[in-house]
Design a protein around this ligand. Structure first.
Ligand code: NDP
Length: 452
């Protein structure tokens, strides 16, 4: 049977690009990749990267206020959103070029087209071409999911944020996950009047309860109008924005509404089911530890599989797939102990089990500290940092580490190495502190605040 390629990758995001490059450059495979939108995918074009640039932009008013407290003459002035947006889009275009260049250098053929699967080895492109490949990799990512009535009213999703013509004066953010909480903080920092609705009792479900409470209090103190146990009851477009009636019976007009109510695998209309791959309830592609589907020639990685929906995980899955199939080096990705950061203000950095998860499994000791960091305390800010270690009483192994602080994302990366190596509380204790830092609290907490 003649094939046009050894591998056809559908989707030019983090997972697909990594798989294509490794299969071609290290596995010696002939590889093609189709992308229907911009090369780089969610992370580069409409996710992590532009989001983080907006986080940086939103931090400047606080930095300016701190500068004044430290003796500098510094005026914040007005924020020029169109100028920032143009610079941000130019940076994304540069990164898109880097992704294309890397694929070209690895010898991967690229198609700017939508691809669908016709059978176990055939891909049809939206430009009419049909290509046959020994293996097909689905790396189509995810897309925002919005409840029907809100979608009908024309609310924004995170995809739209980076293209706004102007910053709204008022914004309602709906949801309490990563995306909702991060954008609530970003727009608040940029001077927008932000209200956030979350239907449950506390935002960031799944994170350590202490960390969730700490960050929610800080967000409110910084001016985010966070309203929990509140949802949208009715929404309609009006001349000056959206009239929203909430589940508490109040009616308000917001200039813009951002829904961040979750993401769904981007697998609709791909042809997977006709090719013999039954999709899961959320549209995810079921795969084994090697990312192989029920059809042996079809694999899937990243958010399309709805395992751990984070960019570095998709990259690892793409790499493991390519090494398994094209480098005779079978690899399964370990999805345990994946650290992550939420770029709220302050940030959360988290790895391992929350106190609640750990305590449900075994007796634990909790070591925690909340304190005013030197930098912001000097500037007269009331912000507090929080560090927490969840320790097994039986083995002394540190089961979880949770940090709420400026730079928590940077700190948790290093703590994740220690937890991955199975560090005990005593390993933390005998590590010399780095002074004066915030992270030194991680190695100086001597007495548990509670035990279960
Ligand atoms: P999440 O699943 O994290 O959060 C969705 C939120 O919307 C939850 O608070 C959920 O409430 C709420 N919700 C769901 N359905 C409804 C509804 N019908 N009405 C009202 N509220 C609703 O999704 P996100 O979109 O925030 O993020 C998607 C994924 O992207 C994350 O899981 C994460 O893996 C990734 N991501 C990671 C980032 C990072 O690492 N910094 C940043 C951004 C995204 P409830 O809790 O009650 O279910």
């Amino acid at each position: 049977m003649a094939f046009d390629y050894d591998l056809f990758v559908i989707g030019g995001g983090s997972g697909g690009v990594r798989a294509a490059r490794i299969a071609a450059s290290e596995g010696g495979a002939s590889v093609a990749l189709a992308e229907q939108d911009r090369m780089g995918g969610t992370c580069v074009i409409r996710g992590c990267v532009p989001k983080k640039l907006m986080v940086f932009a939103a931090d400047f008013p606080t930095a300016m206020a701190d500068a004044r407290a430290y003796g500098w003459g510094a005026e914040t002035g007005a924020f020029d959103w169109p100028r920032f947006r143009a610079a941000m889009q130019a940076e994304l275009a540069r990164l898109e070029g880097v992704y294309r260049g890397n694929l070209e250098r690895a010898g991967v053929s690229t198609y700017d087209a939508r691809a669908t699967i016709e059978d176990a080895h055939t891909v049809a492109l939206s430009d009419g071409r049909r290509l046959r490949a020994r293996h097909i990799l689905v790396a189509t990512g995810g897309r925002p999911w919005v409840p029907g009535r809100a979608a009908e009213a024309g609310v924004m999703t995170s995809d739209d944020v980076f293209h706004l013509d102007a910053l709204p004066r008022s914004l309602l953010v709906v949801g309490g996950g990563y995306i909702a909480s991060e954008f609530a903080c970003i727009f608040n920092g940029l001077g927008v009047d932000v209200t956030q609705f979350y239907r449950g009792g506390q935002i960031l479900r799944g994170f350590d309860d202490g960390a969730r409470g700490h960050v929610a209090a800080a967000m409110r103190a910084h001016g985010v109008g966070l309203e929990v146990e509140t949802d949208v009851e009715a929404i309609e477009r009006v001349a000056d924005g959206f009239r929203v009636t909430d589940t508490r019976g109040r009616s308000r007009v917001f200039e813009q509404v951002l829904y961040a109510t979750g993401r769904a695998p981007n697998t609709g209309g791909l042809g997977l089911e006709a090719a013999g791959v039954a999709l899961g309830a959320r549209g995810e592609v079921p795969v084994d530890a090697y990312s192989q589907t029920a059809v042996p020639s079809i694999y899937a990685v990243g958010d399309a599989t709805d395992r751990v929906n984070l960019t570095p995980v998709a990259i690892r899955e793409g790499e493991a797939f390519a090494r398994t199939v094209f480098c005779a080096n079978p690899r399964a990705v370990d999805h345990a102990l994946v650290a992550s950061a939420v770029f709220t203000r302050p940030e959360i950095g988290s790895v391992g089990l929350s106190e609640e998860e750990a305590a449900a499994r075994e007796p634990v000791e909790i070591y925690a500290a909340a304190f005013r960091p030197m930098h912001s305390a000097f500037a007269g800010r009331d912000d507090r940092a929080m560090m927490k270690l969840v320790v097994s009483r039986a083995t002394r192994v540190v089961l979880g580490c949770h940090i709420v602080a400026d730079g928590a994302g940077e700190m948790i990366q290093l703590a994740a190495i220690a937890l991955g190596m199975g560090a005990t509380k005593e390993d933390f204790d005998r590590t010399m502190a780095v002074h004066p830092t915030m992270a030194e609290e991680l190695v100086t907490m001597k007495v548990p605040i509670r035990s279960t």
